[in-house]
Design a protein around this ligand. Sequence first.
Ligand code: FAD
Length: 476
Amino acid sequence: MCQTLIAQLQDCLGVDQVITDPATQAGYLADWRGRYHGRALAVVLPQSTAQVAEVVRLCVAANTPIVPQGGNTGLCGGATPDTSGRAVVVAMTRINRIRDVDARNFSITAEAGATLDDLKAAADSVDRLYPLTLGAGHRSTLGGTLATNAGGLQVLRYGMTRDLCLGLEVVLPDGTIWSKLGGLRKDNTGFDLKQWFIGAEGTLGLITAATMKLYPQASARALVWLDLPDTDSAVRAHERAQSVFAGSQTAAELISAPTLALVRHHLPEAALPAGVHWPPSPNHWALMIEVAAHDAAFLESLLDGWQRASAAQGCASGVIVTDTDGQQALWTIRKGLAEAQKREGISIKHDISLPISHIPAFVNDASAALEQRFPGIRIIVFGHIGDGNLHYNLSYADAAQNAVLLAQSDDAHQIVYEVVTRLGGSIAAEHGIGQLKTGWLEQHAPAGSLDLMRKLKDVLDPKGLMNPGKVLADRH
Ligand SMILES: Cc1cc2nc3c(=O)[nH]c(=O)nc-3n(C[C@H](O)[C@H](O)[C@H](O)COP(=O)(O)OP(=O)(O)OC[C@H]3O[C@@H](n4cnc5c(N)ncnc54)[C@H](O)[C@@H]3O)c2cc1C
């Protein structure tokens, strides 16, 4: 049966596009963090929507699980197959054409395997902006970012991937193609079906193409760097920034001093620009605020307003970085945080969101409870404070202690998620559930939500073959 399916896949795609050799498969079978390792019957690389549809039909006929994969930069193991060796991994990286850029409609239609950098370059070529910005933009794909509803560094101004999407083309779990591409911003013709697939992490179908929003390019930008004594001051500074900058504020990033210390250690080439200093103590926090405007004079008036508002409230207005190199240097540091954390070694990760006003209470309550249970634990915190989204990672500075900590990771998650839930937050802000958090979702999903998700899954994928064991714990 397996050999028959492999032969059929080879007939459909060509022998070169069906990888069965374990050494060549290896890069597709582990996640970016190296936390999950799976096995697969084959890794296939289709180049068109029709080929994806045929692959799905063949797999369904052979009762074979399908694992969609984009750039394989996801942080929850969603693109890694299980260890049974039964699944076919459908790598979408070769179905990657930009189909259309409509500058006048501020929209772009591209195939799922196009990377964020591809989309940005295509938009840039017609003086438009594709705003989704992540540290892994050279590898993260349009399909992967839709499937995880990725967020990133500019959500405050432009929204999550879901907010950017105007239309989708999807291969459903029975191999039929559903397509509703196009550049409409208003279209109330019944259910908004594309929303089912966005954030579903490949459990309801394979996204093959999408139409996404573009925006005007900003010609003038500035970054404000604030060194603050606590998260309460950071929330107040963000509130002040929102009132002064309003729609011109594109980012608000919070970084704890221990997180910056990791960057200094692991990425020593990432230097702060002149005038900006590393936080003086481990209890301090850096807040990076980005403002973008369409002309320099307007930007200047916004920054004047910021300085006046800060002075009126008796607060520091921070270092204002207006030169491109200085801004680039700060973004290099911000985008390097995940890499620095990876080089430091394994940690217990949380990607949580809270009402912004509750961030100080979360930081205080969670760190007190963790310190009591795990004395001396090091908490690495950074994230998109403007979206209420924190990355909250736990490890010991002494790596020898981390094996013991990992064995107790359920206790750590329990502590963090209890505080998150009590404060009205979410256990999964922007990275999704994957296989990392299925059990925690069972415990923390709002009443009725999982039942509804399962009903939808059963209707679309009655055999449970589409990315099994991801998002919803496997019952098949
Ligand atoms: C350095 C670094 C920084 C990051 N920063 C951020 C950040 O700031 N914000 C953020 O939100 N994320 C961030 N991420 C996480 C990651 O980049 C995103 O989750 C991204 O959306 C994954 O895209 P991908 O193409 O790599 O998808 P993959 O990792 O390949 O897959 C992710 C999930 O989507 C499914 N999938 C992939 N392609 C398709 C498709 N075509 N159709 C259906 N399902 C599909 C997979 O099955 C899997 O469940 C970061 C990751 C790294 C490594």
